[in-house]
Design a protein around this ligand. Structure first.
Ligand SMILES: Nc1ncnc2c1ncn2[C@@H]1O[C@H](COP(=O)(O)OP(=O)(O)OP(=O)(O)O)[C@@H](O)[C@H]1O
Ligand SMILES: NC(=O)c1ccc[n+]([C@@H]2O[C@H](COP(=O)(O)O)[C@@H](O)[C@H]2O)c1
Length: 168
């Protein structure tokens, strides 16, 4: 039984994340998705709450052939303690999947195997690129799973993002 941990902020969950997870479903028996910076929302880089991201990811992975556990992870002030914090919050896991250099370093120092999945269409498929389109009023829907698009519409996400970036 192999259980993997995939960590990210998922602001929002996009087709690049989905492609990675479809690949991981061939590699692991169960997958934990750790939603990082769970305590941050309503700002430019982190527009969505942990609960909204749980909804996006759970709905988008509804048809996945392996069990998935979606778990919010608040940030902690000390990087040196973060891996212990993560381990205290999620089921046991064998391998971490991430391309984030700090996350790679922290798990390697803790003796936990780390793999970096391939990037899919990184220029258009990044949270930053998708958020920029949302802020600029450009088409953004094609970069996200349909289930994520409907959550963002349901929570009036674009209106929120445009409101919080206004100047007073
Ligand atoms: N297009 C992609 N293909 C494969 N992996 C990706 C892609 N985009 C992001 N990832 C990876 O998914 C994990 C979670 O990423 P994250 O939620 O930060 O998305 P992001 O697109 O990098 O967002 P942001 O631009 O907001 O930093 C990271 O390891 C990241 O490298
Ligand atoms: N000290 C900490 O709380 C700490 C350290 C390393 C990574 N993280 C989190 O892990 C997540 C990594 O996700 P990304 O790859 O999307 O950046 C982020 O939410 C980041 O804040 C937190």
């Amino acid at each position: 039984m192999k259980r993997g941990l995939y960590v990210g902020r998922f602001q929002p969950f996009h087709n690049g994340h989905k492609a990675v997870i479809d690949g991981l479903a061939q590699e692991v028996d169960e997958l934990i998705i750790g939603i990082g910076s769970a305590d941050i929302s309503h700002d430019i880089r982190h527009p969505f709450t942990a609960g909204e991201r749980v909804l996006m990811i759970t709905r988008a992975l509804n048809g996945l052939e392996i069990p998935v556990y979606v778990i919010p992870l608040e940030d902690v002030k000390r990087n040196a303690l973060w891996v212990a914090h993560v381990k205290s919050m999620v089921p046991p896991f064998d391998t971490v999947y991430t391309s984030n250099p700090l996350v790679i370093q922290l798990f390697k120092e803790a003796g936990i195997p780390v793999l970096s999945p391939p990037m899919y269409l990184r220029e258009s498929l990044s949270g930053t690129a998708v958020r920029n389109k949302m802020y600029q009023g450009e088409a953004w829907e094609e970069y996200l799973p349909a289930e994520v698009v409907s959550v963002i519409k349901e929570i009036h996400g674009i209106e929120r993002m445009q409101q919080i970036t206004k100047s007073d």
